[in-house]
Design a protein around this ligand. Structure first.
Ligand code: HAM
Length: 450
């Protein structure tokens, strides 16, 4: 080694207090750790099962894209205009962290030109620079699904039914479905004019904080939560009165389909959604158990011009995205879909140096048994406590006697339902361990049933 001072690899070695600064997650973000993370995994599993049954395949797009992809969501929307995380990379490319996935799905469709209908689902983190509060984060997580390449209203019904089926599967009940139709481009123009002139007449009654929207984004007035604005919105012209015959028939067929499938819904004329790409059907599931400002757990609709706007052929599309954090808040409020217990089935206690615990856990896991152990050569008492805490049904005990005799002591701890056990402890040769375990598991199950 030369005599030149070097930077210690670990700041703790430098004795420099400033180097030991501790870090926390950035505002509006959170870590996801066990046991809560077990709930996310189970949630994804339930969605995957429902999406798979309905013929949707998994699509993964990049977390960041050319900013132009997201600009197509609508320059006037808050999501694009105020909340996007944008940056230039080292080659001066203008990129953004994805604030949602529909634009990326349409970009992927335009790029790969898959056969239609293209039915995909996605999940992952999304980013919006919003004011963080319960149910509103800067990095949040969505699960979504999209069907591209068909304008059939039954595809709208299928998409909505997928979300409804998922809620049913996880036991969520207090999530009424609201639907509306935004019509086509002609409808939006005619309705936009009627709405603007109505709002200009009523400008004095609109909450001062919403007034600039009258000129820039009149549709946004309709879903304002501010009381004065909401009163004006309640009397505003209704978009469904401006539907063309074709879009009205589409909406009718969607509603008929929902009725046929037993999916309760209500028409909400003010449901215009916060993104500019919607045409025809829009819908939201709102959790009545959550605060009104964050009660939309799932939102979606048709976007028949977006693929074209991203350089692809004219291609209709329909989809939804649901916010996982918000969905779980709604589950908590309803007391459903609890954190799954992550239990070992077998706990190996080794007071003879740890080699038996190392080998037995490995062997048991290989045959599909959830097996775990303590480390660091702890005392028998400490290992027994760990076994109890683990919720395991059976403890395997290996001390020096067992090592000498080539045996294992099998001690039943509890039934699968947590009840006390009658089955006595027994010491068996290592070779007989697996059949013994299987027999004891069966006995414990039977004790629970009896
Ligand atoms: P969105 O309404 O912007 O729609 O977001 C969908 C859902 O994501 C919301 O209903 C909410 O549950 C959740 N979410 C949005 N922002 C946040 C946030 N800051 N914190 C926590 N959760 C949030 C879309 O993203 C569209 N791409 C949906 C769609 C798919 N439309 C057609 N296809």
């Amino acid at each position: 080694m030369s005599g030149t001072p070097s930077t210690p690899a670990n700041p703790a070695d430098s004795g420099d207090a400033a180097a030991l600064k501790s870090f926390r997650t950035p505002i509006g973000t959170h870590d996801l750790a066990p046991p809560e993370s077990g709930r996310w995994v189970a949630l994804l599993g339930a969605f995957i099962a429902a999406a798979d049954r309905a013929g949707f395949g998994y699509l993964q797009t990049p977390i960041f894209e050319d900013i132009g992809v997201f600009a197509r969501i609508g320059e006037g929307t808050d999501v694009v205009g105020k909340e996007m995380y944008e940056f230039f990379d080292r080659s001066d490319r203008h990129l953004a962290l994805r604030p949602e996935c529909t634009a990326s799905v349409c970009r992927a469709f335009a790029q790969h030109r898959p056969t239609t209908p293209w039915k995909v689902w996605y999940q992952g983190p999304f980013f919006r620079y919003e004011a963080p509060q319960a149910g509103r984060y800067r990095q949040f997580h969505q699960i979504g699904a999209e069907t591209l390449g068909t304008d059939d209203p039954d595809a709208d019904v299928e998409i909505i039914a997928l979300a409804a089926e998922f809620f049913r599967a996880i036991g969520l009940q207090q999530v009424p479905l609201l639907v509306n139709s935004m019509g086509d481009l002609g409808t939006r123009v005619a309705y936009g004019e009627a709405l603007s002139s109505y709002l200009q007449r009523r400008a004095g009654d609109v909450d001062p904080q919403d007034r600039d929207k009258i000129a820039h984004h009149p549709l946004r007035i309709l879903d304002s939560k501010r009381e004065a604005t909401a009163a004006v919105a309640a009397e505003a012209p209704r978009i469904t009165d401006y539907l063309t015959a074709a879009t009205a028939a589409h909406f009718e067929r969607v509603r008929e389909g929902l009725d046929a499938l037993g999916i309760d819904h209500e028409v909400e004329h003010k449901l215009v959604r916060g993104l500019d790409y919607y045409t025809r059907t829009t819908f939201e599931f709102r959790a009545t158990s959550l605060d009104a400002a964050q009660d939309t757990i799932c939102g979606g609709g048709r976007y028949n011009g977006l693929v074209e706007a991203l350089g692809g052929p004219p291609t209709p599309g329909i989809g939804f995205a649901l916010g996982i954090e918000r969905l779980l808040l709604a589950c908590d409020a309803e007391g459903v879909f609890e954190v799954p217990a992550q239990r070992a089935e077998v706990w190996v206690i080794d007071t003879a140096g740890g080699a038996a615990a190392r080998d037995l856990t490995h062997e048991l896991r290989a045959v599909g048994i959830r097996a775990d152990r303590a480390f660091d050569d702890r005392s028998m008492r400490a290992q027994m406590r760990a076994a109890d805490r683990s919720g395991a049904e059976i403890a395997l005990i290996v001390g020096s006697d067992e090592v000498d005799a080539g045996t294992v002591t099998v001690r039943p701890l509890r039934r699968p339902d947590g009840g006390d056990v009658d089955t006595p402890q027994q010491t068996v040769p290592r070779a007989e361990l697996l059949p013994t375990l299987r027999r004891i598991f069966d006995e414990l199950n039977a004790e629970g049933v009896a």
